[in-house]
Unconditional design. Structure first.
Length: 201
């Protein structure tokens, strides 16, 4: 079934926005107490909420974009988030569980944005494809997303190497480089994803 103009527009906006999220780890908001962690979490949440304005009409009007809830991956993720929500309800500090702290920004509210991010990814990249002049066979869009993610990880790794030699972004109260993420532990996790996806490609 041919795509309508509205479907193409909504789909293109969501796809472009998802690609743009790969730039968020490189953004810092210096006017915040924690420019990297808190700033990036805030930008990500606002960005996802803006994308939802286009994603929700897309899945309501065009059923083929609706995520497959019965897939094993989705079921596993929903079980994880369900467990997370239940533990937050019975936690010693429900306010902290809901909003987290400025240093971490990983409360339930943030995790719900992560869940929305997952659903958008599997919805718009599941069945889409395009052709390139150099490669007439179909090249799936999600492969380009993973390539962009790996490329972003490579750029981050270069920044970390430069930071180790104090060529860029002098370290603040930490002997371990952290790139633009503000936390060396977060940096390690971020680069692990890039390494893993680079192996898939």
């Amino acid at each position: 079934m041919p795509q309508t103009s509205l479907e193409k527009l909504l789909s293109a906006i969501v796809k472009t926005g998802l690609f743009a999220t790969l730039a968020i780890p490189f953004i810092t908001l210096d006017f915040l107490v924690y420019p990297s962690v808190n700033g990036q979490a805030l930008i990500f949440q606002v960005f996802i909420e803006l994308l939802l304005l286009f994603y929700v009409p897309l899945i309501l009007l065009y059923p083929r974009y609706r995520p497959r809830i019965r897939s094993k991956t989705t079921i596993g993720i929903l079980v994880y988030f369900g467990t997370l929500f239940i533990t937050a309800l019975f936690s010693a500090n429900s306010h902290m569980s809901l909003w987290s702290s400025l240093q971490r920004s990983t409360g339930i509210v943030f995790m719900l944005h992560i869940l929305a991010y997952y659903f958008m990814l599997v919805s718009v990249f599941m069945d889409t494809a395009f052709k390139t002049p150099l490669n007439p066979p179909v090249v799936r869009v999600e492969i380009w997303f993973l390539r962009a993610l790996v490329a972003a990880g490579a750029v981050m790794a270069i920044i970390v190497i430069f930071q180790s030699f104090n060529w860029v972004m002098a370290l603040r109260g930490d002997t371990r480089p952290y790139g633009t993420l503000g936390n060396s532990d977060f940096l390690g996790t971020y680069l692990l994803f890039s390494i893993y996806f680079s192996l898939l490609l």
